[in-house]
Design a binder for this molecule. Sequence first.
Ligand code: ADP
Ligand code: MG
Length: 282
Amino acid sequence: MKDAIIEFKNVSYKYAASEENGAEKYALNNVSLKVHEGEFLVILGHNGSGKSTIAKHVNALLLPSEGNVYIDNLDTKKPDNLWEIRKRAGMVFQNPDNQMVATIVEEDVAFGPENLGVEPSEIRKRVDGSLKKVGMYEYRKHAPHLLSGGQKQRIAIAGILAMMPKCIVLDEPTAMLDPSGRKEVINTIKDINKNYGITVILITHYMDEAAQADRIIVMDNGSIITEGKPKEVFSKVEMMKRIGLDVPQVTELAYELNKGGIQISQEILNVDEMVNAICQLK
Ligand code: ADP
Ligand code: MG
């Protein structure tokens, strides 16, 4: 396996007390985590479990109260590393409208590399290349606010790609999208991971999205409570329910069938696998 591109070493993070959020509180408790180059990692957990706090540590928007985060072996706590870290790790957020900064798509995508001081001819190449990667090149002269939610998120992803990062963290990028927008964005994320080797951390509430990851970590109350391949994590139906998470519907069906005495594989993630398993029943 390749080296870890992202490493959390015993990271705890404490938010200061505020009027809005009450007393000071640990949002992360001693989290250790390695993400390998080229990996597609999903983070699951109910609201308030610490997922966004993890995401914000990856590009040094937050610094650990205790412990360390290393991006490509660069310690996020060293101020001199900040630019190098932001070049390597891009973030995409939930609300596409908050991420648009320009009135024309290609200017929006150029914003990141411009800020990095990339020279104009190189920016041109990167903008075109990034828009092609997310399938939005023919929209380059359009106004972002007229696009659909899924298209806007693909533009946001293109804007990150134009900075040529090694990893992208997406914090519930599909939460505000309709089913077809979700599909567009997930396919784009999978494509940049598989075909361009970009390491992906995806935070999502959608189990069908999580099922496509190489690995899932599950957060509860600021700690990682389990991790593994999707089949491993989702086979822990009782544990997932206990912490308020679902598993894919077909996985739950397999679980219920087993409880009812029908011996069917417990490692079913999609309809095709369910059909195969049912056909093999005697
Ligand atoms: P998630 O993304 O899994 O919903 P977060 O990482 O946003 O969780 O939050 C983890 C915990 O930290 C929650 O209890 C939340 O209330 C708290 N928290 C998040 N942001 C702040 C903040 N700016 N100030 C104080 N507490 C916060
Ligand atoms: Mg969050």
